[in-house]
Design a binder for this molecule. Structure first.
Ligand code: SF4
Length: 449
């Protein structure tokens, strides 16, 4: 295939980032080289996200811009992957005739076949199966793919996908339709992948899935004939020699006592959990089909704090869900006061085509959504600052992530970004003890002890 250059642009979540890495690694193993600019690429892959309207708009605007690039360079191949590709399929080729390939979420492992088969033809590969087996994909660290710029960005810190899809059908969410039903990956493949990464210097891994808590439940994973669950997987992965282990995302209804206990039992498991609550009103949670109440959620928070008293808890919030009243929103504000999240990702509700909630009446106006969002975010920022300020004059271990001219930027076990002004000889992945002398809403500043 020669040394052709690909350029990959990723939108959306960490699952997509990992999928992009998988496509990049497949391409590198077949003679492609990763480029940094659209203008030098023979193949452009846009890995898309449709979870929020904004992400989808950005994808469409980039695709619109590529129309001219394709006109100027007709040999250029443009491939659209990810959730928008899965959702739109053939329709995308009709709307964007300059696109050559559309590749669905379960088909990323077939990217080479897609490119090699009928090279001159346009092709759509979006087959989805509920009984899908996630292919065994262990990265090969050959010199050429180890040098992929996308992989070199954080060579000490990696994502490992442990499952695909989701069975929860939250009424506002498109994921079960674009990523299919929940399938857990073979545990030996996961552990082999982790071991290979550790052998090549990776020190921190985040296990990824739409709902990692239900790993092994939909398609039963067993070990020596006994059921194998996410807490057991965490314990096995922790034996690999890693320095830090994280996971995301967790559905509150599936957060088991065994998993909560892991924060006490697994030394390298970071003191941090992202536990999306979405709303603080039971009636909104019911319409969202979240399958827990505010009381259930608060019990989980208490249990987490009993197991790991200083655990950092972050969340997702949607404001202005159809039918959300002022009273419902006040309950979300009350939940914020009660839990005092370390941070949150909060969004205005937007209809996603194909979801159940897009057909709900009682839509909240944009003005009210904007007011609620800004009120929630302002209070969250105050709480985040108060929580971060509690770390002033304490010490913590930071993993170096990047070096700059003044010092380095690292991350705490609680997932804070920590800026340290010191030119100590250190490399990304090193663990350094620092004292915090200043706290901001979104980061801390420290000096080396
Ligand atoms: S748990 Fe709900 S919000 Fe999360 S991916 Fe599944 S359906 Fe979407």
């Amino acid at each position: 295939m020669g040394s052709r250059i690909f350029y990959i642009k990723t939108f959306g979540c960490q699952m997509n980032e990992r999928d992009s890495e998988i496509m990049a690694q497949s391409l590198a193993a077949h003679g492609y080289r990763e480029g940094q600019e659209i203008s030098e690429a023979d193949l452009i892959i846009i890995n898309t996200c449709s979870i929020r309207a904004k992400a989808e708009q950005k994808v469409m605007s980039l695709l619109g811009m590529l129309r001219k690039e394709k006109k100027d360079r007709p040999a250029l191949k443009i491939c659209v992957a990810g959730c928008v590709a899965q959702q739109e399929g053939e329709q995308l080729l009709r709307r964007m005739p300059h696109v050559d390939f559309v590749i669905g979420t379960q088909n990323i492992y077939n990217i080479i076949e897609l490119l090699e088969e009928q090279p001159g033809n346009k092709k759509v590969l979006t087959a989805m199966s509920d009984a899908y087996d996630i292919p065994r994909f262990i990265p090969e660290f050959q010199p050429e793919n180890h040098l992929l710029p996308s992989l070199l960005a954080r060579p000490f810190k990696k994502f490992v996908t442990i499952m695909q899809g989701c069975n929860n059908f939250c009424s506002y969410c498109i994921v079960p339709y674009t990523r299919g039903r929940e399938i857990s990956r073979n545990k030996d493949d996961i552990i082999d992948e982790v071991n290979v990464l550790v052998e090549h210097g990776v020190r921190e891994i985040t296990l990824l899935g739409q709902n990692v808590n239900s790993y092994g439940l939909a398609n039963t994973v067993t070990r020596n004939g006994s059921p194998y669950s996410f807490p057991l997987l965490l314990k096995d992965v922790a034996q690999s020699g890693l320095k830090r282990l994280r996971f995301t995302t967790s559905h509150p209804k599936d957060l088991s006592d065994d998993l909560i206990q892991c924060f006490q039992e697994i030394e390298i498991l970071c003191n941090q959990i992202h536990l999306p609550v979405q709303a603080g009103s039971d009636s909104v949670l019911k319409k969202m089909n979240r399958k827990y109440t505010v009381t259930d959620y608060l019990h989980k928070v208490d249990a987490l704090r009993s197991s790991c008293p200083d655990i950092a808890i972050t969340t997702d919030i949607i404001v202005g869900f159809p039918g959300e009243t002022d009273r419902d929103f006040e309950q979300t504000m009350r939940l914020l006061e009660e839990v005092r999240f370390n941070g949150s990702f909060s969004f205005k509700y937007s209809d996603r085509s194909g979801t159940k909630s897009s057909g709900f009446g009682e839509k909240v106006t944009e003005k009210i959504k904007a007011e609620r969002l800004s009120r929630f975010q302002a209070r969250q920022d105050e709480i985040s600052l108060e929580k971060n300020s509690a770390f002033t004059d304490t010490s913590m271990t930071v993993m170096v992530e990047s070096i700059n001219t003044k010092g380095f930027q690292g991350r705490s076990v609680f997932n804070h970004v920590v800026h340290v002004e010191s030119l100590l000889p250190s490399a990304p992945g090193d663990l350094i003890d620092v004292t915090i002398f200043h706290a901001g809403q979104h980061s801390l500043q420290g000096r080396i002890i």
